[in-house]
Design a binder for this molecule. Structure first.
Ligand SMILES: [Zn+2]
Length: 89
């Protein structure tokens, strides 16, 4: 018995498909070799996402720190200019 792989559109014997309880015939939609490739791809994708996530977090923290520093500088600047203004009056 052959089954069409939904990914590579080739026919394979059903033994080339993993079991999938949710599908109508109890078999996966993709052949094992496609599934393997997809799993590897998704793992790589997830790894990349993880790296991007960490990088974004680091960036967010950095931006936050910079902002805090700028804000602090602004406060000091405002304080000093107020001081100067009150002194010059
Ligand atoms: Zn396939």
């Amino acid at each position: 018995m052959l089954k069409l792989c939904s990914r590579c559109n080739k026919k394979f014997p059903v033994t080339m498909f993993n079991k999938n309880k949710r599908s109508a015939d109890g078999l996966g939609y993709q052949c094992k070799s496609c599934k393997k490739g997809m799993d590897r791809k998704s793992r790589l994708l997830h790894r990349d996402q993880r790296i991007t996530y960490d990088r974004n977090r680091w960036h967010a923290r950095r931006e936050h720190n910079l902002l805090q520093r700028k804000l602090h500088a602004k406060i000091i600047e405002g304080y000093t200019s107020n001081l100067w203004q009150s002194l010059s009056k």
